[in-house]
Design a protein around this ligand. Structure first.
Ligand SMILES: Cc1cc2nc3c(=O)[nH]c(=O)nc-3n(C[C@H](O)[C@H](O)[C@H](O)COP(=O)(O)O)c2cc1C
Length: 229
């Protein structure tokens, strides 16, 4: 296959929810995982686990949890309404794509579940007094940044899928029912899921991706100072 440039991949790797049921070769999945593990992680801990679900019964179980969670999330979306920066047509496309996936998550030939093993803080009494005094702040800090050790890997997965002609997207609704997902996947107590990614050959087309322009979302030096670029 022809190689795609990095920027072409970034500009076209849209959320592809409509996927063919055709299987994805195991070596291709391994290549995607090998791209995922090139990502950075806090302290280079690499405390990630990627569960590749191909078994149909398992996919259906995860699909059912996703459906249950999405029914609730849909109400939040409805109450929130259309974000101002999306046109009606863009919003309708998002909603139509989203609701398609509620019923079809389990149809994807591969469901990839990126997980992290929770790292414990060293006990308070092993730390110098000044740090021990701020122990709660450190616990809160660890909680706040936890996902940042897996989301770069998830973006690598999205880009690798794009490069390999596959469709995928990050979804997170299932985390509302993390307990159910943990049971389906037999996760140990200290391992948590951060995304549920259907992967398969796309029925739809890649990008281009429309986004709010840089001029709206970037500041120079401090809040409110427009970026001159
Ligand atoms: C943190 C995060 C959580 C998301 N969760 C879901 C989800 O549960 N279900 C879903 O259909 N899409 C989910 N998405 C996908 C977004 O809807 C999608 O990335 C966004 O609409 C942009 O789509 P586009 O790249 O096709 O323009 C999620 C995206 C992110 C970044």
């Amino acid at each position: 296959m022809t190689e795609i440039g990095l920027f072409d991949a970034m500009y076209s790797a849209r959320a592809l929810r409509r996927l063919k049921p055709d299987p994805v070769h195991q070596a291709v999945i391994t290549k995607i995982l090998d791209a995922a593990i090139r990502a950075p992680s806090g302290g280079n801990a690499q405390n990630w686990i990627f569960i590749v679900v191909r078994d149909e019964a398992q996919r259906r179980r995860l699909g059912a949890v996703y459906r249950k969670a999405s029914d609730e999330v849909a109400e939040i979306y409805a109450a929130r309404g259309r974000p101002a920066h999306l046109t009606d047509a863009q919003y309708q496309r998002l909603m139509a794509g989203g609701s398609y996936l509620w019923d079809h998550m389990g149809d994807a030939p591969v469901l990839l579940v990126p997980c992290l093993r929770k790292r414990d803080m060293p006990p308070r009494d092993t730390l110098p007094d000044a740090v021990a005094a701020r122990y709660d702040a450190h616990l809160a800090h660890q909680e706040r940044i936890r996902g940042s050790s897996i989301y770069p890997a998830i973006q690598n997965i999205i880009l690798a899928c794009r490069a390999l002609g596959l469709g995928t997207l990050i979804t997170t609704n299932h985390i509302l029912y993390e307990h159910d997902v943990r049971a389906v996947l037999s996760l140990p107590d200290d391992v948590f899921t951060f995304a549920l990614m259907p992967i398969g050959y796309p029925l739809g087309k890649y990008g281009p991706l429309a986004r709010r322009p840089v001029s709206e979302v970037a500041f120079a030096d401090r809040w409110g100072e427009g970026w001159p670029g």
